[in-house]
Design a protein around this ligand. Structure first.
Ligand code: 1PW
Length: 215
């Protein structure tokens, strides 16, 4: 990204990307999902270097999905629905343990999907928080309620340390580059239902196909 783009960065644009994810018949476009994640990564990186260990894994997952999407079987990776069907029909998913397909689209997207729940819970806390609320507390509460359950002890430890040095609520709102705190709150109010819908649709799809515990 050049500096002009960096200047333009606003969390609103990032969250808007997630609203492009849904097709008319409620399928989730992988292209926009991945694009939304790229924006979130830029956001995390702007929070400081402690977050780069967190964003590094997200970047890795984004690149795996982008490779599928741009690859020779890319048409099958147009939506999460088509990806699940294609990979399952062709036996391209390790269901019990990581083996022949350690980096299937399905298991890779599941990691981002779980992290999206964290984001949703965290942003919801931010939205309803008062001025003296601590971002570190909101962030770790959201984490413990969601993603932490899927992480090994060592990762939970490292994540907890990163949360501790999160900037305070005023700085955090500034980094979002949305405007006044009232504007942030209203933007979050608009964006969260969309993120939550994308999350719910993906969750249902994965549950239907018994993919929620993919190794
Ligand atoms: C303040 C903004 C908040 C955005 C939250 C999204 C970030 C989610 C990334 C957490 C990554 C922590 C370190 C990596 C852990 C991986 O082991 C784990 N990956 C994820 C995304 O949870 C599981 O992936 P793996 O090891 O099964 O390939």
């Amino acid at each position: 990204a050049n500096s002009v783009e960096e200047q333009k960065f606003s969390l609103k644009e990032v969250l808007d990307t997630f609203s492009l994810c849904l097709s008319e018949n409620k399928e989730v476009y992988i292209e926009h999902y991945v694009e939304g994640w790229r924006g979130l990564v830029r956001f995390m990186n702007s929070l400081g270097s402690v977050f780069s260990f967190i964003s590094k894994d997200a970047v890795n997952k984004i690149e795996i999905l982008a490779k599928f999407f741009n690859g020779e079987n890319g048409t099958h990776y147009s939506t999460i629905q088509s990806m699940v069907k294609y990979e399952l029909d062709n036996g391209l998913v390790d269901l019990a343990k990581r083996d022949k397909y350690p980096e299937s689209g399905c298991r890779t997207l599941l990691r981002l999907h779980r992290a999206l729940r964290w984001l949703e819970l965290f942003l919801e806390r931010l939205r309803t928080s008062s001025e003296d609320c601590k971002t570190s507390v909101m962030c770790s509460e959201a984490y413990n309620e969601s993603l932490a359950q899927h992480h090994a002890w060592i990762i939970r430890k490292a994540a907890g340390m990163a949360f501790c040095v999160l900037p305070g609520r005023p700085t955090f709102f500034e980094v979002m580059n949305v405007g006044t705190s009232e504007q942030v709150v209203s933007m979050l109010g608009d964006a969260l239902p969309l993120i939550s819908e994308v999350y719910d649709i993906t969750e249902k799809l994965y549950a239907q196909h018994e993919l929620l515990q993919l190794p």
